[in-house]
Ligand binder design. Sequence first.
Ligand code: PLP
Length: 404
Amino acid sequence: MTDLSYLKADFPILDNGVHFLDSGASSQKPIPVLEAMDRFARTSYANVHRGAYKLSVASTEAYEAARRRVADFIGATDEREVIFTRGATTSLNTVAFGWGLENLTEGDRILATEMEHHANLVPWQMVAKRTGATLDHVPITDDGRLDMAVLESKLGPDVKVVTVTGMSNVLGTIPDVPRIAELAHRHGARMVVDAAQLVPHTSVDVNQLGADFVAFSSHKMLGPTGIGVLWGRMDALEETEPFEGGGEMISDVTLHDATWADIPHRFEAGTPPIIEAVGLHAAIDYLDSIGMDKIFEHDQELTAIALERLVDVPGIAIQGPTDMKDRGGVVSMTMEGVHAHDLATILDEQNVAVRAGHHCAKPLMRSLGVTATARASFYVYNEEADIDALVSGLRRAGEIFGVN
Ligand code: PLP
């Protein structure tokens, strides 16, 4: 078992003994991230790209250093391809509205999947309505994998964009994105990856993924809320119009018109998340100091242990792939006859924090035939003791509800 227990001291919020199994929703922040933001706010903060004075120059340098750090972390060859947004949701809206409204028209098809988070579904629905394009989706197999045969059959010259989660926030499924990107490109479609659950957990190289756009959030990868990333291949960004207008994104403005600043600034209207960028930079340093491969290994090992032990809990059904090669560290479950919210409440009484609900994936819930699941998700600070607590909490819930 990959031992990362030495990291726990960096997460003071866990000192009260909570078994935090909800990093899929948002991760905790280690001391180095909190300290980096605090230090920056105390010594170097000012608005960026504006003043000629020293503090503003220092702040701008820190903000742009964060951009370079993100580029390096995801293997981007050009730091201008990294756009700071408010989060994965805003990144995906930027693609849907900024690229979609410009490049989609009646008769075009957008191909998504049945397991998308609402953040990678609703913006496309909105854009489909406005452009006359249709939104199609690829279903999942009975064991929770993406149905690649259907995906291939649905590709055609009218498909202009394929958009896929890098890892399902409900099922843990990790689709074969490089393969899907290859197929999408063969048909002349753009490829979008919602990597909100992928980038925090494994080493991602955007060029190896083969995508044109990749979206993720800082708060799920030990960084602060309020900042996310949209990476776009330069030629794809050149096809994209700014989704928001305002200060700092223009080259010139008259009373009736405006021209855009260079990429990436044209996509960053208004005052950006500056302190948050410093926090994200520190989070990436922290993740890299552990090693992304080690983090992936650790999460996979915990997930495998959880899957093995959960099948023995009376009444528990697991959603999603059972084969570890198809999945990551998110485990969704239901207990026969017990609502997921009751399950989460009883687990909370045992100091086990899991998420219950539809996980912003209602179409997937419908396809699974459930209204809600309880979801345990693992990250660097979790250990086997958290699974012990989860399993014993579930057994307790089973006893209370007479499940056997
Ligand atoms: N995509 C996936 C797969 C997610 O799990 C989430 C958040 O749960 C999002 C997108 C949206 O991320 P955010 O709320 O940080 O914008």
